[in-house]
Design a protein around this ligand. Structure first.
Ligand SMILES: C[S@@+](CC[C@H](N)C(=O)[O-])C[C@H]1O[C@@H](n2cnc3c(N)ncnc32)[C@H](O)[C@@H]1O
Length: 283
């Protein structure tokens, strides 16, 4: 990767095409990355990941990439920062290049929450756990003041209330988190939490809460297919449309296993997957 800087300006990274002749960029990659992509994150998880702060201009030339992918990243930015980022994504995409954006699906969460309310109204007392979980899915990541928030406390119960329902909604991320908590509990001898304790975390000190709010874990907004489509269109993209985890206009996208494994098991089934095209003519 070539790096060059203009005096007083940010460093610009020029990238090399992958074996398929494509330049692909994965923003906010976390641990989910593929070597055929240029992977970038605020907290790089390895030497192969570029450090970028998505609130700042992207350190790449105009029209550099054939596709840009950002999964479960946009909701960690304010709407103003997200608009800035999509403008930058458009700048670094070649005309006709593809932006693929994945976020937690606000519509799916709200529908599932309302289904639990309806079930309770219909006399299904078991639905109380689904109702409590969906309330947490809706609110916890927007308001939590400590890592993991109420979700981690829910997973610290044994048995986990509504276990099968949650694993269906969140896929491998829930399974991995529950297993990690189980091994921590086994190693420390700490007893599991009681379900009545989930929402009663001890208060976080102001200093710790401020430090946590800067960690990037908290969500700052949520999107559905309408608002994300509008945001993509307002950022100058064409043909914003909802796709599935394995459907893409990016060549051979399923082979990179970013949204689903080779068998088609979706990593984050609670997601909204959308793609849009960078305009081919100047707007
Ligand atoms: C929920 S994780 C998603 C990781 C991965 N894309 C996935 O789908 O599993 C959010 C990622 O966004 C990154 N992130 C949050 N704010 C960022 C920022 N301002 N600039 C760059 N990366 C950021 C975090 O470091 C984290 O790796």
């Amino acid at each position: 990767m070539l790096t060059f800087a203009f005096p007083g300006r940010r460093r610009i990274q020029a990238t090399k095409p992958n074996a398929a002749g494509l330049k692909l960029l994965n923003l906010g990659c976390g641990a989910r990355r593929h070597p055929a992509w240029t992977n970038a994150d605020l907290a790089p998880a390895g030497d192969d990941v570029l450090h970028v702060d998505l609130r700042k201009p992207l350190p790449f030339p105009d029209r550099e990439f054939d596709a840009v992918y950002a999964s479960h990243v946009l909701e960690h930015l304010t709407p103003r920062e997200a608009t800035h980022l999509l403008g930058e994504v458009r700048r670094v995409l070649r005309p006709g290049g593809i932006a693929r954006v994945v976020v937690p699906d606000l519509e799916g969460i709200v529908r599932e929450y309302l289904a639990a309310v309806d079930a309770l109204d219909g006399g299904d007392d078991e639905a109380c756990w689904r109702h409590r979980w969906m309330t947490i899915e809706l609110l916890d990541q927007l308001v939590r003041t400590r890592p993991g928030g109420a979700m981690a406390r829910w997973w610290s119960c044994n048995p986990v209330p509504a276990d099968a329902f949650i694993r269906t909604r969140l896929g491998v991320q829930a399974t991995a988190a529950i297993e990690a908590i189980r091994s921590q509990q086994a190693a420390s001898g700490k007893p599991p939490l009681r379900p009545t304790e989930i929402l009663h975390a001890p208060p976080t000190s102001d200093r710790k809460a401020v430090r946590f709010s800067k960690s990037g874990e908290r969500h700052k907004w949520m999107y559905d297919r309408i608002s994300l489509g509008e945001l993509l269109a307002a950022s100058g993209f064409c043909e914003p449309r909802r796709v599935t985890a394995v459907e893409s206009r990016i060549a051979d996208f399923p082979a990179y296993e970013l949204d689903a494994d080779v068998e088609g098991a979706v990593h984050k089934p609670d997601s909204l997957f959308m793609e849009a095209v960078a305009p081919t003519a100047a707007l």
